[in-house]
Design a protein around this ligand. Structure first.
Ligand SMILES: Nc1nc2c(ncn2[C@@H]2O[C@H](COP(=O)(O)OP(=O)(O)OP(=O)(O)O)[C@@H](O)[C@H]2O)c(=O)[nH]1
Ligand SMILES: [Zn+2]
Length: 336
């Protein structure tokens, strides 16, 4: 073996075609790089918080990183001006391995059909649904559940505006899923709140993503958890009928009690086409044994004549029904 004068595995030796000295391709050795987390992405600029000292800096992606995406929640290594002073730019030279990725399928106009990462490294998905204004949509909840199970994130159902409607009917639909459920009501003008401490307890020390339709109270909830976030609430565009958030970038906030909460304004779709029946079944470990009886290639749909899940009895019947509802939700035309 040729001695290249280093045992750095990043030094690659090209074949010595001309018989001259070996040519080495040494990638810049970013030994001085600092680690940081992405909190926000805005027009190609990445807003990061350094691990050491909590300094906020702005960075661009180094060209050597190629086309791979960098998402909110990503852990990165940065070089250059990491002082965090105004008008300084650092450079992201590496994206560290992700522990989870929440994805959506790109919409038409973009590279349609390709997958985009919404948030990296989160471990919980808070599905925010108002009990009224707007009316709850179970299709959206089901699709979010599939996305959470696929991303190996813990789903938590947060039912807001409990001052306006009773949760009982909605809850009965989800009782077989053994979901964690939190019921809240927040009156920003009086400060009269219910359930916010329950949310606080669930998110402490975790990286949690909030997802939900416009107007369900995400910003109101974030303000209750992180007063310094100062999210604008309650403004709905009279022309489009949509909330004011038009960008689809996620944005992260540090929780006072530790942990991170990530809002996803403008995110309206998940790509679920890639979620196969057996992948979803992994979220129902109690049904795996029944599925052993399935013929090969069984899709576990209710129309499968010999699906082993039909052998379930007692409380398992409800579990199978819930599982099959989520299977169906993958193909729903609903965006969420
Ligand atoms: N009655 C009642 N109203 C609430 C509650 N929580 C939020 N609201 C109101 O619902 C409206 C929408 O709340 P936002 O927090 O702006 O909703 P959002 O999910 O952030 O909406 P976008 O920013 O459009 O995505 C506001 O007028 C809030 O004051 C609640 O618990 N009860
Ligand atoms: Zn089956």
């Amino acid at each position: 073996m040729r001695d290249t004068g280093t045992d750095d595995p990043r030094v690659r030796v090209r074949p010595n075609r001309r018989g001259s000295r070996p040519r080495t391709k040494i990638r810049p050795d970013h030994e001085d790089a600092l680690t940081a987390r992405v909190y926000r992405v805005d027009r190609g600029r990445y807003h990061l918080v350094l691990d050491d000292g909590d300094v906020e800096i702005v960075a661009i992606k180094a060209r050597e990183l190629g086309r791979g995406s960098i998402a909110v929640g990503d852990r990165v290594r940065v070089v250059g001006d990491t002082s965090g002073r105004r008008d300084t730019l650092a450079r992201i030279v590496e994206v560290l391995e992700r522990s989870s990725t929440l994805r959506r399928t790109a919409e038409e106009g973009e590279a349609a059909g390709t997958e985009r990462v919404i948030v990296s490294n989160a471990d919980q998905l808070l599905i925010i649904t108002a009990l009224a204004q707007p009316e709850p949509r179970t299709g959206m909840i089901d699709r979010c559940l599939v996305a959470a199970y696929d991303a190996k994130m813990e789903p938590i159902l947060v039912l807001t505006k409990s001052d306006l409607a009773d949760p009982a009917e909605l809850l009965s639909l989800y009782s077989d899923l053994n979901l964690r459920v939190i019921i809240t009501s927040i009156d920003e003008s009086t400060g009269d709140t219910r359930g916010v401490e329950d949310v606080e307890r669930e998110v402490a020390g975790h990286i949690s993503v909030l997802i939900g339709h416009s107007g369900v109270g995400k910003s109101t909830l974030i303000n209750a958890l992180v007063p310094s976030a100062d999210r604008a609430t309650g403004v709905v565009n009279a022309v489009t009928g949509r909330g004011r958030h038009t960008s689809s970038s996620a944005i992260a906030f540090d929780l006072p009690g530790g942990g991170i909460i990530i809002d996803t304004p403008g995110v309206r779709s998940f790509g679920l086409a890639h979620v196969g029946p057996d992948m979803l079944l992994e979220a129902f470990p109690d049904l795996l044994e029944l599925a052993q009886e399935c013929p090969r290639g069984c899709t576990h749909a209710a129309t499968e004549p010999e699906c082993g899940l039909d052998l379930g009895t007692g409380s398992t019947v409800g579990r199978v029904e819930s599982f099959r509802r989520l299977l169906e939700a993958r193909h729903s035309a609903e965006q969420f």
